[in-house]
Design a protein around this ligand. Structure first.
Ligand code: SAM
Length: 479
């Protein structure tokens, strides 16, 4: 099937016609479920709505959704009690927001950056006392790293080497050395604080697929356009501000008003539990029929490489180049470098859902088209067909596990974007919803934002602007 090549324009047209017709069939199938939801703003489905919200503002995880979204979907779909799961927990927004509403919450996260942030925040909220806060104030007043003599080396990753000026790098090393002599609680807060400021004191900017380098880094090979990220914060100022912000939020009682449930913050928060690792390995070990709701946002099928964009943080956390590469391969396939995973060796019972994917006409047609475009050298990267296939097959296995672990009547909410490759819009929302339906979910809604999203400038330049839906899928487990 994949040996096809595109000999002429009419072959492309035939492909496009078939893709269009299959897409229309599926759109008709979900016609009554696809609805615009005006409450879903760009701010609420991203971290922007939490920019100033205490605790959520500490670490700016660009791929996060907001706590308001969690409150909104739980309220709108009447989830009242029980345990919430997020298999792609990131920095734990779903966990902290649902815990504040009284739910227990379990999360699974693969990357050390997310794991460390979740654990530090959990630790900060549950174990910080007046002495710890006093100690943080001492750090800000005395800046021990400025006078320390002993730097502590940290990992040098190939992709983050040279990210700081010499002065900043030395201050970071001394800061790391100083925090080692603190008690665990304070050291954990201080380590978390430095993760929050690394980008702002570096020559880099997180840019989805990779780290973008400011011209001041002296790195060569940036083409004609020089990138200037604007002011680079001096280390001492940035870290003092962050420590102050953390201390300030921890001193306040935990009763911030929320966007969608101003009175709902519960007296007692639910318990939070984090599983470290890939959800492909962890989920099969979770109990069946247990969770009341799943709220999640997987990586999108958009080539964003978290192991590159979070390299500064991973270096500080002691991750080596080899470990970072391993993490990249363990992620849900979302980069062109992901190799195919042997899903059946992870869990033989995914056989059925793999069959669902194999027999899915639109998915097969998209993959054939991408392979044909690859043979025709018409893709800007040859890894795209493998990534797209891996994405849907792996997500199908995750969805099957989500179905298994949800209670009867349990709800699943997933934030995701549609994507476009080689001029073809891939309706990720419809494809994943159809897979979910075939597994047994009832598709309640595919809510989408009033303002659809464009795609990369590269794609738009070549293929014109064709808006891509950004959605929240709402599925229910009911027989
Ligand atoms: C879109 S982000 C989720 C952000 C999260 N909703 C938040 O608010 O912080 C997707 C997350 O999935 C994680 N991830 C990717 N592959 C994974 C896997 N196989 N198992 C567990 N987590 C994974 C990434 O590290 C990333 O943190």
């Amino acid at each position: 099937m994949f040996a096809l090549s595109i000999e002429n324009e009419s072959t492309v047209d035939c492909f496009l016609e078939r893709l269009c017709s299959l897409d229309q069939d599926l759109t008709r199938h979900f016609d009554t479920k696809l609805i615009i939801d005006r409450n879903l703003t760009r701010q609420i489905v991203s971290s922007q709505a939490d920019k100033t919200r205490p605790k959520y503002r500490w670490y700016k995880y660009k791929e996060a959704f907001s706590s308001g979204l969690v409150e909104y979907v739980l309220g709108r779909y009447g989830v009242q009690s029980g345990t919430v799961l997020d298999p792609f927990a990131g920095t734990g927004t779903a966990l902290f927001a649902s815990s504040a509403l009284g739910f227990d919450a379990d999360g699974i996260e693969l990357l050390p950056v997310g794991q460390t942030i979740i654990e530090a925040r959990q630790f900060a909220s549950s174990r910080t006392n007046k002495q710890h806060l006093e100690r943080l104030r001492w750090w800000v007043a005395n800046k021990p790293w400025e006078t320390s003599e002993t730097p502590k080396e940290f990992s040098v990753l190939r992709i983050s080497k040279g990210a700081y000026s010499e002065e900043t790098e030395m201050l970071i090393k001394k800061y790391l050395a100083c925090l080692e002599s603190e008690q665990d609680e304070v050291a954990s807060l201080l380590l978390f604080a430095i993760l929050c400021v690394l980008e702002s004191v570096s020559y880099t900017r997180k840019d989805g697929q990779y780290l973008r380098w400011d011209y001041r880094s002296g790195k060569k090979g940036f083409g004609k356009k020089k990138f200037d990220k604007g002011p680079i914060a001096p280390f001492s100022r940035a870290i003092c501000r962050k420590i102050e912000e953390i201390g300030f939020d921890l001193e306040k009682p935990d009763k911030e008003a929320s966007l969608f449930s101003p009175t709902k913050a519960k007296e007692s928060s639910g318990k939070i539990n984090l599983f470290r690792g890939s959800c492909l390995n962890v989920m099969p070990k979770l109990p069946a029929d247990y969770y009341s709701a799943i709220i999640t946002s997987p990586p999108y099928c958009n080539r964003y490489d978290y192991t590159r964009t979070y390299a500064l943080e991973h270096a500080i956390l002691g991750i080596t180049d080899i470990e970072n590469l391993r993490l990249r391969q363990s992620m849900i396939s979302c980069t062109v470098e992901n190799r195919e995973k042997d899903l059946l060796s992870i869990n033989p019972s995914w056989n059925n859902v793999i069959g669902v994917c194999d027999a899915f006409p639109l998915l097969s047609e998209i993959l054939s088209y991408l392979h044909a475009m690859k043979s025709n050298k018409a893709l800007n990267n040859n890894g795209i067909p493998r990534m797209v296939k891996g994405y849907f097959y792996e997500m199908a296995c995750v969805i099957q596990e989500c179905f298994r672990v949800l209670k009867e009547g349990g709800m699943m909410f997933m934030v995701n974007d549609n994507v476009r490759y080689a001029g073809v819009s891939i309706p990720v929302d419809l494809i994943l919803s159809k897979i979910a339906e075939d597994i047994g979910f009832t598709i309640e809604n595919i809510l989408f934002l009033p303002q659809a999203k464009g795609n990369s400038s590269q794609q738009m330049g070549v293929h014109g602007r064709d808006a891509l839906r950004k959605c929240v899928y709402v599925w229910r487990k009911s027989h």
